[in-house]
Design a protein around this ligand. Structure first.
Ligand code: B12
Ligand code: SF4
Ligand code: SF4
Length: 306
């Protein structure tokens, strides 16, 4: 078995749902698209993204002599749905259980150790949403899935309910073919987005995206007048309507099972929540990112606008 195949088989043994390998180079076209996204200010207040622009477009600035990127994806679908109770908020599927950064980092560390057993001379760096890496781009290039018109990566076997991670490596490996696009003439995600944040196919303006507004936006919602459709943390609308998400397989990761009250928390309960309860309910959960103040702001906004 080749080294590349051994590495891919280890990834699947560790529990990743998909693995693919690609070169660490980024096409000129992609760099131009990214530049345009920043020029149009679609990054909203996420200035940390632009600050790391040079690293984002050149992985060698993260790991000198990097040759390949080993991309992985982890299915997080659990068989639960949101309710239609208007007094309840909706929490995005990815945040129902334990924070994927913690889950995947543990798996990636194990993976890195195994790679270094096979190739002790190699230098390797792991990432899962934790650095200036174009995760969706590399994932498509490594054959894991394609970038849908809503911009998330969709795998034929797992839909878009997958988290992405990668190992940057100095190893010269065999590359997979990039995944082709299977969106076809579908426009379901563009049609369903309540704020028209998908301004054109494959282009999201974060300023309008409910996911950005409820998670990353730090201030009060001044001059913002959108119907959040009860999404109190993140937003899954463009993925819920995607035909590639209709026959999902359940995740094998127990940590992704929803915690009590994490799918549809009552909005009034959030507004009245004290910090002890917040800490307990959202310990090791991605929801910690908004802090209690952000979650309360979101819940109040929904109650006032309903
Ligand atoms: C910043 C960020 C956000 C921002 C911006 C979203 C975005 N579209 O990039 C906000 C806060 C809005 C966000 C929201 C979400 N995010 Co987010 N986010 C990121 C982060 C940190 C960086 C992404 C990035 O580089 N964006 C820059 C822009 C320019 O990239 P882009 O939108 O893909 O734009 C490219 C395309 O437009 C392309 N392009 C232009 N024209 C064309 C034409 C064609 C044909 C094609 C193919 C491409 C193309 O060029 C651009 C440059 O690359 C990544 C982690 C990472 N390091 O990659 C996670 C990540 C993308 N997020 C993730 C998730 C889960 C989400 C949410 C689903 C969470 C939720 N449920 O609320 C939503 C989805 C919203 C949406 N429709 O995109 C996952 C996605 C997993 C997947 N299956 O793809 C990631 C990969 C984290 C992870 N490690 O798993 N996110
Ligand atoms: S996450 Fe919600 S607001 Fe953002 S693009 Fe998708 S449907 Fe639109
Ligand atoms: S809803 Fe349709 S257009 Fe949007 S990502 Fe899914 S297949 Fe592509």
């Amino acid at each position: 078995m080749t080294l590349s195949n051994k590495i891919k088989s280890i990834a699947l043994d560790i529990g990743f749902s998909k693995v693919g390998i690609t070169s660490a180079n980024i096409d000129e076209n992609e760099i131009q698209n990214l530049n345009e996204w920043f020029n149009k200010k679609y990054d909203a207040s996420m200035s940390w993204m632009h600050k790391s622009f040079e690293k984002r477009i050149d992985p060698k600035k993260i790991l000198p002599n990097v040759k390949s990127i080993i991309c992985v994806a982890l299915n997080y679908y659990t068989n639960f749905e949101h309710s239609t109770d208007l007094k309840a908020g909706k929490i995005s599927r990815y945040a129902w259980g334990t924070d994927y950064h913690l889950v995947m980092e543990k798996m990636l560390k194990k993976f890195k150790i195994e790679i270094e057993k096979l190739a002790p001379e190699s230098k390797n760096k792991i990432y899962v949403d934790t650095g200036p890496v174009m995760e969706k781009y590399f994932s498509q290039k490594s054959g894991i899935g394609w970038r849908g018109k809503h911009t998330n990566v969709i795998s034929k076997d797992f839909g878009s309910w997958i988290f992405l991670g990668e190992i940057l490596t100095t190893l010269d490996l065999d590359y997979n073919a990039p995944m082709e696009d299977f969106c076809g003439t579908c426009t379901a995600c563009l049609d369903a987005c309540p704020t028209n944040a998908i301004v054109e196919p494959y282009l999201v303006d974060s300023n309008k995206c409910i996911s950005y507004l409820t998670i990353e936006h730090k201030d009060e919602f001044k001059n913002i007048n959108y119907d959040f459709k009860n999404w109190v943390y993140g937003c899954d609308i463009c993925q819920d309507v995607c035909p590639w998400n209709s026959n999902q397989r359940e995740s094998i990761i127990n940590d992704f099972m929803p915690r009590t009250d994490n799918i549809n928390p009552q909005l009034e309960k959030i507004i009245e929540m004290d910090s002890e309860t917040f800490k307990k309910q959202f310990n090791k959960s991605p929801i910690k990112r908004t802090k209690i103040s952000g979650l309360k702001r979101n819940a109040k906004y929904i109650v006032l606008s309903n």
